[in-house]
Each structure stands twice: as C-alpha cells, then as structure tokens.
Ligand binder design. Structure first.
Ligand SMILES: [Zn+2]
Length: 468
C-alpha cells in the first residue's frame, strides 16, 4: 500500500528489484524459520475464519481487526517473528480477500478467497523498521533475540534514501530480498522533454521483441534471437532430462526416493535460472526502447496489443512459441519503464497491421521472411518496422518513408550463455573441428585490419580475390 503523499510533490513511481542474499548456514536457518512463522500466521488467519464461518460468525478480514487479534496473541507466539513482519502477512491476507471480493462483486465467479496454507510466506518490512547500510541488511526480529544482519550479493539498484521497504522471500531453493524504492519520474532540461506529439509505433514479436518506428523514418529493431535460443535449449534440456530419469520416477501414490527429491530440486533450480534469464533479457530490451525514445524526444508509444489472438489453439508447436513469448511481461516492462521516463504508452488494436502496406494501405499476404514487398506500389521494407509504422498511424503518427532514414539494431540478452564465445553454454555441444554442423573454433571478432595482424590481412585479401 503506497503512503500518502502531498499532491503537489514531484511524481514518483514504485519499483522493485530482487537481490540475492549471501548468508551463513545459521543465518539461513533463522530466516527460513522466520518465513515458516509467517506461514503459521497465514494458517492461523485461515483457520480462525474457517472456525468463525462454521459458527456463522462475522469473518475477520480488515487489517485493523486482524492486527487486534494478533496483539491478543501476545509476544513470542510466532517464534522470532516481530510484529511488523507478522502484520505484513495480515496485510497480504486482507488485500487478497478484498481483491477477490471486488472481483466477485463484478461477476467474476472464478475469483476465490485465500484458502490455501503455505509452508513459507514472504515477509515485508517497511521504511524505518529495517537498516540497510551498503550491502548489509538488518532484518528486525522479536524483542530479546540477537540481531539478524545479513549480506546482499549485490548493491540494490536504487540510492539508499529512495528505498521504502524490503521483502524477504524464498524462491527455487534460495533466499531473496525484494527491495522496493520510490523512484522520481525523470525530469528533463528545457527542450529535451519528450514531446507527446511525437509518436512511435511498437510492434511486438518473437524474432524482434520490440520493433519501433518513430517519426522522420527512424526505426529501432531489438533482436530476440538469443531469447528464442534460450527457450529452445531449455525445451531440449527438459526433454532430455525427463527421458533420462523417467524410469526412476515414482509411481502414482508411491513415495519418491531421496535421489528423486534431489533430481526435482535440480530441476527447479534450472527452471528458475531459465526464467531469470528471459526476464532479465526482456527488461534490457525494454530499456533499449526507452533510451532510444528519450534520445529522439518521443513522448507517445503506441503499442500493438496482440493478446486477443493468443487464446486460439494453433497447434502444439505454435502454442509453445506463444507461451514462451511472455507477451504480457513484454508489455508490462515497457509500460513501467515508459512511466518512469515520463513517456505516455497506449495500447492499440494491432489486427491487420502486419499485412497492410504502410505506403498505399492495401492488404498484402503476410510474408514468410522479414522483408515485406507490396505488389500494388512496389514498396519494400522491413516487415516488423512496417507493422510498427502502421500501429503508429492508428494513433496519428506518420508512416515510414519507403527507405527508413536510420534503423538502429540492438540485441536483447547479451548475458545469455552462447551469445558470445566467452559465455559458452554448457548445454551446447562443444565445437570440434570434425563435429557435424560445427562452425569451427570460436575466434574473437575482428575490429580492424590493423589490429588483426598481417596474417589475417593476407587471408582476407585472398578471400576477397576469390569471391570476385
Ligand atoms: Zn503499397
């Protein structure tokens, strides 16, 4: 719940970053116990309300009532957990309950009230209750217990005075802290502020997560091939792993062995690593778009929303592709970053934009490759950029000229393994000279002939001669 602010104060947005923890075994045990205690608080509230419902009593759902009930329980009911942490669980319950009630009032009968117990529950501490000094974090515990100081594995991406809360949580076998900060919306010097009349269209795709067409024939293409490769490697990896262990899988109703439990743990870690990689790459791609837009003083982004067609069943291969796309996340990260940069973002119906000529508006069949050619007016251009220009036109932006003035190319996911020789993917087969389909030994990219040395220059000269 955001705090009350003076309406005249500068605009802010709330942003959260997840940071890992570097802890000793004893610290880890204490923090897991805190999370278990939080799960106990949650279970208590569920049970309390089940009990009251069985007696046709009034449910306790408001935050204040639940806090009063917690105060009645007295200190040390929930081990080391302090009252601020315990109240954060009550806040979570209350928010979830009222959100479900609101959705049900609107007629959504699928919305359900909180009913499931959880072994571990995230805990949140607001500003003033925790201490964060550089990478050292003091997590509050119940009075009389030894203080709990832990170390973050990297600096939070926000200045310390902006940090408003920390959330302790457990995900895929690791402890994390979500650091939430109050970030002011970007201010610009005179004449550099994004102009809302300058509109750019954004086409969302798989090969290019973002293709952006701006005014004056400016374009930006962010390549998502590394992300797609990561998805494919993960699929192949998952299948191979499943094949290898299928004969050891416990039968239905049978208790899994210790070996099986270890396998499941490794599987969860690999899945979590994959999710983090894709997430990070999509964040970077969105940031590229925003930096590009700010440089060109673009104040409005028209984003084609293709989510209407995703419900259609398109066969298992294409369904997998659209699931991997994570289109909702692509839109969310772009919207969040646009808001923080003071750029307006509007969703536009994108139907037909990739099969319309941006020059003469005639319908053309969707090309299989990346180049769109119009049979009516001989327009030729990049398919995704043309779609982006059509999307911009739906919001009143200009269309791209036949030859774009300048297209910037960027890649998403420079951190993904396999995109550079220095980040070899252990899941890929090593490149050997004799292996089939091997591109040969990796060599660093040549920057210039002078740097490459005489041998390479000679080799280049020879290959140029032969190609001519
Ligand atoms: Zn045309």
């Amino acid at each position: 719940m955001p705090r009350h602010r003076d309406p005249l104060s500068p605009k802010v947005v709330y942003r959260t970053a997840r940071v890992g923890l570097r802890v000793t075994r004893a610290q880890r045990r204490r923090m897991v116990r805190l999370l278990v205690s939080a799960g106990d608080v949650w279970a208590c509230v569920l049970e309390l309300n089940t009990w009251r419902q069985a007696r046709q009593g009034r449910l306790l759902v408001s935050y204040q009532e639940l806090c009063r009930e917690l105060a009645c329980a007295g200190p040390n009911t929930f081990g080391e957990l302090d009252s601020v942490g315990a109240r954060s669980v009550l806040r979570r319950y209350s928010d979830a309950w009222f959100a479900a009630a609101k959705r049900r009032r609107k007629g959504d009968q699928r919305a359900r009230f909180p009913r499931r117990r959880r072994a571990l529950m995230p805990l949140r501490w607001h500003h003033g209750t925790f201490t964060l000094q550089a990478r050292r974090l003091r997590i509050p515990v119940a009075r009389g217990r030894p203080p709990l100081w832990v170390r973050l594995d990297q600096d939070p991406p926000y200045p310390p005075e902006q940090i408003r809360s920390v959330t302790l949580l457990y995900d895929a076998g690791r402890l994390w802290v979500d650091v939430t900060a109050e970030v002011p919306v970007a201010c610009y010097p005179d004449g550099q502020k994004p102009d809302p009349a300058r509109i750019a269209g954004v086409d969302l795709g798989i090969i290019h997560p973002y293709a952006v067409a701006g005014p004056d024939g400016q374009g930006l293409l962010v390549s998502g091939r590394a992300i797609r490769a990561e998805h494919r490697m993960r699929l192949a990896d998952t299948k191979a792993r499943a094949r290898a262990v299928a004969h050891r899988a416990p039968k239905p109703g049978q208790r899994g062995s210790r070996r099986w439990r270890h396998y499941r743990r490794r599987q969860r870690l690999a899945e979590a690593r994959h999710r983090r990689r894709v997430r990070q790459a999509q964040h970077e791609a969105a940031k590229t778009v925003i930096i590009w837009a700010v440089d060109r003083r673009i104040g409005t982004l028209a984003v084609g929303d293709p989510r209407g067609v995703l419900k259609l069943d398109a066969g298992r291969r294409h369904n997998q592709r659209t699931r991997d796309w994570r289109i909702g996340h692509l839109i969310t990260v772009l919207a969040d970053k646009a808001e923080a940069a003071g750029i307006r973002l509007q969703l536009v119906d994108e139907r037909g934009t990739s099969s319309t000529c941006p020059a003469c508006r005639s319908r053309i069949p969707k090309p299989a490759g990346r180049v769109l050619t119009c049979p009516a007016c001989q327009f030729t251009g990049h398919r995704d950029l043309s779609a982006a220009a059509n999307i911009a036109a739906r919001l009143g932006g200009g269309t791209t000229p036949a030859l774009p003035a300048g297209v910037t190319h960027r890649r998403a996911g420079a951190h993904l393994p396999g995109v550079a020789p220095s980040r070899r993917d252990p899941r890929r087969r090593a490149h050997h000279r004799g292996a089939r389909g091997s591109p040969g030994r990796h060599r660093p990219a040549r920057t210039s002939l002078a740097q490459a040395g005489p041998g390479v220059a000679r080799h280049l000269a020879r290959s140029l001669n032969t190609t001519r």
